[in-house]
Design a protein around this ligand. Structure first.
Ligand code: ADP
Ligand code: MG
Length: 352
């Protein structure tokens, strides 16, 4: 995980306040909505009539990330992305984050600096202010909790519950790459364990590994929808896999859905690596997760506005609730969509 053996400063050498100052020294306030940032008892924000969006996520070492192949800088970056993705999924603009960390003394100051370099990069690229956090020690491993704030006009806010029957179901980007990236990284970890001198050629896997290690939240999609004058009727981000997110939209909106297998956007690398691993690429898109793309519904009258946009793919439509949720396969079979799990899906296949 952290290889820089030359300089290794114990956390205790700086003390809690020294450490906070050290880690946060490069953060600047850029947003007009930030009145007071790091350094007081609380941050003070003012959204002037806009709605405020708040979301939080907790990442735990060994549960959500594996530092044997996740560089700390990437982890910091990804931890921010996971949260911003939730703000964009409300059709809102992300504006501030707070960052809380618990680290054991296995982590020197230099390791936390790397983590913070990823957070700094993300905050610059996505134009958000880091306005606070908390720092504490942990007896085992590393934990990061990020809270993201955002704003939006009341009429722009898009929840999971507004989809109507006959709305089109649209997804940004492509699916399944982050999951296949993880499969490659885990395989390489095993190879490396068996033979530490192996020099893997991972060139062919760079896209999917990047999707796993350095995901980008879709800041551009709410902006694009605004420019196209499309107000989505419902929206969610894809953190757990397409099928689980479709189920959330359907349950919350009280509708059903048909997804067409042939429409699911896949990168060519995902298709070839799925073949290599002997996994069905549709299953990976449905159950893989961590894509951080946006899944949303639009009224059919808005179709012409998004038609042909390279960032967006219509993968199906919503139906009446009693019609249920289905995947229409390339062979024109109708398979019920179930939340996650390869096995539950295989069972459904067996029944056909
Ligand atoms: P308190 O004792 O009131 O919780 P702290 O000493 O923990 O205050 O924090 C001092 C300031 O530094 C606060 O503005 C807090 O939000 C900020 N802060 C603490 N830890 C972090 C961190 N890991 N990242 C960013 N800001 C932090
Ligand atoms: Mg504190």
């Amino acid at each position: 995980m952290f290889d820089n053996k030359e300089s290794r400063t114990n956390l205790s050498e700086l003390g809690e306040f020294g450490l906070i100052d050290h880690l946060t020294r490069y953060f600047e306030i850029k947003r007009t909505s930030t009145n007071i940032g790091i350094g007081d008892d609380a941050a003070v924000l003012n959204f002037e009539g806009d709605e405020t969006v708040v979301t939080t996520d907790l990442l735990v070492e060994g549960v959500h990330f594996d530092l044997s192949f996740m560089p700390l800088k990437h982890l910091g970056y990804k931890a921010v992305m996971v949260n911003l993705s939730d703000v964009y999924a409300m059709n809102a603009e992300a504006t501030q984050i707070t960052v809380s960390i618990a680290a054991s003394n296995r982590f020197p100051v230099e390791a936390l600096e790397e983590l913070y370099s990823g957070i700094l990069l993300a905050s610059k690229k996505y134009n958000i202010d880091v306005v606070g956090g908390d720092t504490t020690s942990s007896t085992a491993g590393l934990m990061i909790s990020i809270t993201a704030l955002g704003k939006a006009k009341k009429e722009k806010i898009t929840t999971r519950s507004g989809a109507k029957a006959n709305d089109l179901l649209v997804v940004s980007g492509d699916l399944g790459a982050a999951y296949m990236g993880l499969q490659v990284l885990e395989r390489e970890k095993q190879v490396f364990k068996a033979n530490p001198n192996s020099q893997p050629d991972l060139e062919a896997y760079s896209y999917i590994m990047e999707r796993q290690l350095k995901p980008e939240a879709r800041k551009d999609i709410p902006e694009l929808l605004q420019a196209l004058e499309v107000q989505p009727t419902s929206m969610i981000d894809i953190s757990d896999g397409l099928s689980s997110e479709v189920i959330h939209l359907c349950k919350n909106s009280k509708v059903g859905a048909n997804i067409f297998e042939e429409k699911i956007p896949l990168d060519p690398t995902v298709i070839s690596v799925c073949e290599e691993f002997n996994i069905d690429s549709t299953m990976v898109a449905l159950s893989g997760g961590e894509d951080y793309e946006l899944l949303f519904t639009i009224d059919q009258k808005d179709y012409d506005k998004i038609k042909g946009n390279p960032n967006l793919t219509v993968i199906g439509h919503m139906t009446e609730e009693n019609e249920g949720m289905h995947l229409i396969t390339r062979a024109n079979q109708k398979i019920p969509i179930q939340s996650r799990g390869w096995n539950s899906f295989e069972d459904a296949n067996d029944e056909e």
